[in-house]
Ligand binder design. Structure first.
Ligand code: NA7
Length: 536
């Protein structure tokens, strides 16, 4: 007996139920479109559902890493800490799902495996792994920038006899590390956040470091009730500032000057003050940290001196000091006692740059110098960022063109929102938009609002089809690269450029000009009747 696959037919199909997909559902539904969301997990939350490793926490203040679309929501929700933990952010997103009755239009456990544009009827035909078939006029890929995990290409992983985990798919029930010898590979944000907690829980922790990263203290704390009250009172104004800022959050209340325009003493005093306050805004102390090599070196030297002060063993301190990239050109990490953790007796640091990992054995990690027996191996090895989740399904546009093929030499988009040849397909925070260089929630809201305005425009004008014109896309790609080339960003081997994934084309993916400038550009395109889009 054969069963007919389940079919759904909607105006808009949204893929992913994280911050982006949930807001897309809410916004488009409010505007009278029929919407369905397909989510591969069994709960809302996206990145905040999957990344539940010990220490997972946002590096942007909770007050701003949250939706602004509903005044009631932002007034009624209480954040407990300056930087929310993963469980608290997930609780917030579950609350949003319930409060706005989003679950009724979300299908959980549905992983999209293909999407084909049907030229004759200008509709998408989308299939999931379970056999569900969805037809939709429009598809919105709200699949996240950091949602396709990257396991390193180390031989023998399958031979390991102990437990093995990736930070981005940590077991729901947690992992009991008591009395165990734990190895951690990867020292990006995830590894740096996890290290202090793994060290507290395990009998012994060995951190395998290939490349050190710059990290500044988060100085997390419970949210001061008076400060929180003041933020709530000023929310409309603060959100407006965030929307037009460079980073998508409220910037430092100073007008930054070039680093070399003040004396060395003054410069270090300003770094010291930010180090004491904590957080990523360390990079905002001076105006040219990310564009001038000398300015950048002064910030990097300051952090390296701090590492020397904190870490007792000079050889370990030396290994922890980054020297291969400008600070901030790889995402700066924020931590709670990361460097201090290397003073513990039960923690060791192994440099796998000078003696690379050659294989994983049944017993543990084997480098070119030694074998390290382990009970548990944790990979914090990052993601196939920005394009990974967009290229995982087989997406075919007009005339059957494959997105994987089109982006073979790197992603090409217009505004990071859409790509030529793929009509009626939108991306939220796609490559070519500020995305990961911004407060993602601010950027997500702007994208979702822009997309829904565009769909309303099409509906109002009885138009069925939209896609970027090739020249507009070419010009945008060139512009994104030119802006990145004028900064120090493009020089780092970072996941911003795809350098962390062997064989991935090297293209600087996020748009560095800032959230405010980008919003102005998107608004101008909309005001000029969607200039650069071919509508029919
Ligand atoms: P990242 O920042 O991409 O970090 C991955 C880490 O894993 C990084 O230290 C890598 O070293 C290391 N890595 C990857 N493959 C290997 C192998 N084969 N051997 C040794 N070390 C390896 O990912 P995260 O999850 O920490 O953070 C991603 C973003 O999430 C973060 O920026 C925030 O925005 C949130 P490498 O530098 O390649 O030498």
């Amino acid at each position: 007996m054969t069963s007919t696959p389940e079919q759904i037919d909607v105006d808009v199909l949204v893929v992913g139920a994280g911050f982006a997909g949930m807001y897309a559902l809410k916004k488009l539904r409010d505007r009278g479109f029929s919407v369905a969301v397909l989510e591969r997990g069994d709960e809302v939350g996206g990145t905040w559902y999957w990344n539940r490793y010990p220490g997972a926490r946002c590096d942007i203040e909770s007050a701003y890493y949250s939706y602004s679309f509903s005044s009631d929501l932002q007034q009624e929700w209480e954040w407990s800490e300056k930087y929310a933990t993963q469980p608290e952010i997930l609780a917030y997103l579950k609350h949003v799902a319930d409060r706005f009755s989003l679950r009724e239009d979300i299908r959980f456990g549905e992983e999209v495996i293909s999407a084909e544009f049907q030229d004759d009827e200008s509709r998408w035909l989308v299939r999931t792994g379970s056999g569900l078939v969805a037809r939709a006029r429009f598809v919105v890929m709200a699949t996240g920038c950091l949602s396709t995990a990257k396991l390193p290409e180390i031989p023998g992983i399958e031979d390991f006899a102990g437990e093995i985990y990736h930070t981005s798919s940590w077991p729901l029930e947690g992992v009991d590390l008591a009395g165990k010898t734990v190895g951690l590979i990867g020292t990006g944000s995830s590894g740096i956040q996890a290290t202090p907690l793994l060290a507290q829980q395990a009998a012994h922790l060995t951190v395998f470091q290939r490349t050190p990263n710059f990290s500044v203290p988060a100085r997390n704390s419970p949210l001061d009730p008076d400060e929180w009250k003041a933020i709530k009172e000023r929310y409309p104004e603060l959100r407006e500032i965030s929307r037009h800022s460079a980073s998508g959050s409220v910037p430092l209340p100073i007008v930054p000057v070039p680093a070399m325009s003040v004396t060395e003493e003054e410069r270090n005093a300003r770094y010291e003050e930010r180090w004491r306050i904590g957080g990523m805004k360390f990079l905002q102390v001076f105006s040219d940290t990310l564009s001038d090599a000398e300015a950048n070196a002064s910030a990097a030297d300051f952090i390296r001196r701090k590492i020397d002060e904190i870490v007792h063993d000079p050889a370990v301190a030396q290994l922890l000091k980054p020297t291969d990239h400008y600070v901030g050109t790889k995402r700066i990490c924020t931590d709670t006692d990361y460097y201090e953790t290397f003073n513990r007796d039960n923690v060791s640091l192994v440099d796998v740059k000078s003696a690379p990992i050659s294989r994983i054995s049944a017993a543990g990690v084997v480098t070119e110098q030694a074998e390290y027996p382990l009970d548990v191996l944790v990979f914090a090895t990052g993601f196939d960022a920005m394009t990974g989740a967009l290229l995982r399904p087989d997406i075919r546009g007009a005339g059957g063109e494959s997105l994987r093929q089109k982006w073979e030499h790197g992603p090409r988009t217009y505004l990071g929102l859409a790509t030529a040849g793929f009509p009626n397909l939108f991306m939220v925070t796609g490559p070519g938009s500020p995305a990961v260089l911004s407060n993602m929630v601010t950027s997500i809201e702007q994208h979702v609002e822009w997309i829904s305005d565009h769909l309303e425009y099409l509906r109002g004008n009885e138009l069925e089809r939209t896609e970027p014109a090739k020249p507009a896309e070419d010009e945008w790609v060139e512009h994104v690269n030119a802006v990145a080339d004028a900064t120090l960003y493009a020089q780092a081997n970072s996941w911003y450029t795809g350098a962390n994934v062997p064989g991935k084309p090297r293209v600087f993916m996020p748009y560095v000009a800032g959230v405010g400038a980008y919003r102005d550009k998107c608004d101008a395109v909309a005001a000029a009747e969607y200039e650069g889009f071919l509508v029919s």
